[in-house]
Design a protein around this ligand. Structure first.
Ligand code: ADP
Ligand code: ZN
Length: 433
């Protein structure tokens, strides 16, 4: 079992919590002194940096939300002057103004460290050739992966997203051993690989670190079987630093949160109440080492559970279960909560369909209706209509029993669902509210 930094990743729990408390106190003081918007929130809640005496006191601090980023756009949440900032990144901003974050030199160093851990967990060494096919630019994926891979000492191919044919050519010609991209793009690359008629035995490809979007356990199997590799999950977000906040180890049984840099809590998204260990709810993250933009109790809107048992890999850092989805992506269909990842998980157990699907949501008479469009394989598609109908019925039955509601299923032609070079778009929302 390889570690990037065994001492830090396997630190005894007691020692780790001591370190967390020390860093938490420092962070809270700094934020209180240098971020007026957050100070105002603390004052409003009647909480002072001195009130943080133990890790349990974290719950007295107010939450930070996406709205705070919007209200303080672009640089209002920075805790250092611009002269100390060496990098600015931002989210795509599809739902309004982009979320902006800044980094000091130390922040960049720590971020690279987090990604170096993740890549090492996924098998990277200085002998690796790592292709980074997350987008480079303001999006955190590309540069996050890049700095981590360089830190490991691997040979980095800064391919960025897109130009799929060239990506496959690079994988083939340059002996790429590891890939970093979104899980959906890993499948797009595989389709291209088949189209190009290359031989798997000519590749040195062994493992991949995939993230930036939800993907089910069955999607992992799909990627692993198709590519014949080990696929690992990496989680993060712009507000927190970028990818690397949590990464999977060889056990593939939850993502280790880098607890020397972050504290994780699970709350009830409706009441904000902290839930006991093992409960399912919204992930809330506090940063412990970030200088430029320290984060206190950020509501990620991502839904998961936390497990603090020591992992069989020896790491003591808590694990989050694979993210089910973002609360914003939750659909309520006739009173039942549905996430795209749940649909994905069910679909991928059914033979004959491709791992390409979309959820079309419409609202009629104030009720949300869901249609699931699924691509079928070339072979099935050319079969008789009767076979297609049978498949459609099977899918309907499985979704019905798995989700607890009946949804409309539509089989669509191979290659008809738009492929994404970054995050896949799983929901087409036709609701006019
Ligand atoms: P944007 O808000 O533009 O999508 P980010 O690129 O910062 O900006 O996206 C972060 C979000 O992506 C996370 O909050 C989460 O919803 C999703 N995400 C990132 N990594 C994963 C992962 N491994 N599994 C599930 N979701 C993920
Ligand atoms: Zn582990």
């Amino acid at each position: 079992m390889l570690y990037w930094d065994q001492k830090k990743e396997c630190m005894p729990r007691e020692q780790l919590e001591e370190l967390q408390l020390k860093r938490l106190k420092e962070t809270v003081s700094r934020v209180y002194s240098f971020v007026p918007a957050y100070k105002a929130k603390m004052d409003e809640n009647g909480v002072n940096p001195k009130d943080i005496k133990s890790l349990a006191d974290l719950k007295f601090l107010p939450f930070l939300t996406k709205q705070d980023f919007r209200d303080n756009y672009p640089f209002g949440l920075l805790a250092v002057p611009m002269r100390d900032i060496v990098r600015i990144q931002s989210s795509s901003g599809t739902t309004g103004k982009p979320t902006v974050t800044g980094y000091t030199r130390n922040d960049i160093e720590n971020w690279a460290e987090l990604m170096a851990r993740g890549l090492t967990n996924a098998g990277a060494t200085s002998d690796s050739v790592i292709q980074i096919a997350w987008g480079y630019g303001l999006f955190t994926g590309g540069l996050g992966g890049h700095y981590g891979a360089e830190k490991v000492g691997a040979a980095v191919l800064p391919a960025s997203g897109g130009n799929t044919k060239r990506q496959v050519m690079l994988m083939h010609d340059y002996g790429v051993t590891m890939l970093g991209c979104t899980p959906s793009y890993a499948l797009v690359l595989h389709e291209e690989f088949l189209r190009m008629g290359l031989e798997r035995s000519d590749l040195r490809f062994k493992s991949g670190l995939f993230g930036a979007e939800p993907w089910s356990e069955n999607m992992r199997k799909e990627i692993e079987n198709k590519w014949e590799i080990d696929a690992y999950d990496v989680y993060g977000m712009t507000e927190l630093v970028g990818p690397g906040v949590a990464t999977e180890c060889g056990c593939k049984n939850g993502l280790h949160i880098a607890e020397d840099h972050f504290i994780a809590e699970i709350i009830d998204p409706d009441t904000g109440e902290v839930l006991p260990e093992g409960s399912f709810g919204e992930l809330v993250i506090t940063s412990l080492t970030k200088e430029a933009l320290p984060i206190l109790r950020y509501r990620t809107r991502d839904l998961t559970t936390i497990n603090r048992e020591i992992c069989s890999c020896g790491r003591t850092h808590a694990r989050i279960r694979k993210i089910l989805g973002r609360s914003d992506d939750m659909l309520i269909i006739r009173g039942v909560n549905v996430f795209p990842s749940m649909v994905e998980s069910i679909l991928l157990q059914i033979p004959g369909i491709e791992p390409q699907y979309q959820l079309i949501v419409e609202r009629k008479n104030n009720l949300d209706r869901l249609e699931v469009q699924v691509e079928v394989s070339e072979k099935i598609f050319s079969d008789e209509v009767k076979k297609l109908e049978e498949l459609e019925n099977t899918i309907s039955r499985e979704l019905n029993s798995g989700l607890g509601i009946a949804v409309k299923v539509r089989l669509v032609e191979p290659q008809s669902i738009t492929r994404s070079e970054g995050k896949a778009k799983r929901i087409i929302d036709k609701r006019t509210i």
